[in-house]
Design a protein around this ligand. Sequence first.
Ligand code: HEC
Length: 210
Amino acid sequence: MFMSRLYRVTVLMAFVLCSSVIFAEGPSLGMPITQADMAAWDINILPDGTGLPPGSGTPAQGASVYAAHCAACHGLNGEGGLAAMLVGGEPPTSMGTRKTIANHWPYSSTVFDVIRRSMPFDAPRSLSNDDYYAVVAWILAENNIIDENAVMTAETLSAVRMPNVDRFVFRYPTMIPSDPDRVSRRWLSPEAAAAGVESWYRLRPLDPWQ
Ligand code: HEC
């Protein structure tokens, strides 16, 4: 059947107008997310320790957390098994050296963040913050990075200096503008820049042969 172009355009316009009225207040699906719901997902911890939760734990407490929740996959003493080695590792002599917490990871706060967000593998985020502090303390102590009697809290964990921290460099050094403000604007979120984060340049492990 013949339908004039004008007629078709008019029908289309009518449909668009009606639907915009109908959907003007949204499709009435879902509900606004609350701050409390957001907080449950907002668990990033920055290299300087920003975002670490309240709580504390010691290596001794961590030994039992480790035995109960980690050893089955990572080995009785962290030597590795079904999953990665968490204690030990050869000194880094080439890019091919197996990367472990002791010989590779630049920030202690990242150890906490990774473990809390993803471990135990079969039940991520199921432990208390105290248990996560304790198991991180155990791993760091077993790697001789902290004293066996050290108490890990947001403050003390942030202050732990990882052995490999200085071997990370910015991947594209020539792209770093000389003006630090431009660096901040270009590479950091405003929140991270305001928090004084600088370590985002350290993106790539240094090749010992370079
Ligand atoms: C059911 C087995 C399982 C259990 C239990 C488990 N993990 Fe893991 N873990 C894994 C697997 C698999 C990976 C590798 C995951 C990946 O690459 O995404 C991993 C990775 C890790 C890593 C990163 C290692 C690296 O060098 O890349 C850390 C750290 C870690 N686990 C710590 C823990 C701690 C601490 C616990 C106990 C609270 C734990 N895991 C419990 C299986 C497990």
